[in-house]
Design a protein around this ligand. Structure first.
Ligand code: HEC
Length: 116
């Protein structure tokens, strides 16, 4: 007996069969023109690495290593506090780094003091 249940199962199966029998591969011309471009950015990812000692380094280790290794930060030249503030704000607004507001001054203070 075929109830509504078996009909529900049979329909997608039929659709798949038709798709396969109908020649599922896209035309060769389409494939030739297909360009795969990367939409990701490559960032250094050495999650074992820690930030060098400094004031409130724990906060920086906690909040700044989720997406890239400390080297991404350490290769930067010595920057002013104002520039570090902008940099941290960029991580939060542009890359959605989940950094609690209260941690931002600590991080900025650390960053502007380590390279002195
Ligand atoms: C949510 C992910 C994420 C977190 C967390 C994060 N960053 Fe980034 N950061 C990125 C990405 C992505 C890039 C690479 C941007 C590029 O290559 O264009 C980057 C790049 C950088 C750069 C290189 C310069 C630049 O602006 O591209 C610095 C410096 C930096 N991050 C500092 C930090 C600091 C400091 C923290 C902690 C407060 C932090 N990041 C936390 C995602 C993150």
């Amino acid at each position: 007996m075929t109830g509504p249940k078996s009909g529900l199962i049979a329909l997608p199966a039929l659709a798949v069969m038709l798709f396969v029998l109908g020649g599922a591969s896209p035309p060769a011309k389409l494939l030739r023109n297909l360009k795969l471009t990367s939409v990701s950015v490559d960032v250094p990812q050495d999650f074992e690495q820690l930030f060098p000692e400094g004031p409130d380094v724990e906060s920086v280790n906690t909040n700044c290593r989720a997406c890239h290794s400390p080297s991404m930060v350490m290769v930067q030249p010595r920057l002013s506090k104002a520039v570090w503030e902008k940099e941290v704000a960029k991580m939060i607004t542009t890359y959605h780094a989940p950094i609690p507001e209260g941690e931002v001054p600590k991080i900025v203070n650390y960053l502007s003091s380590i390279k002195n």
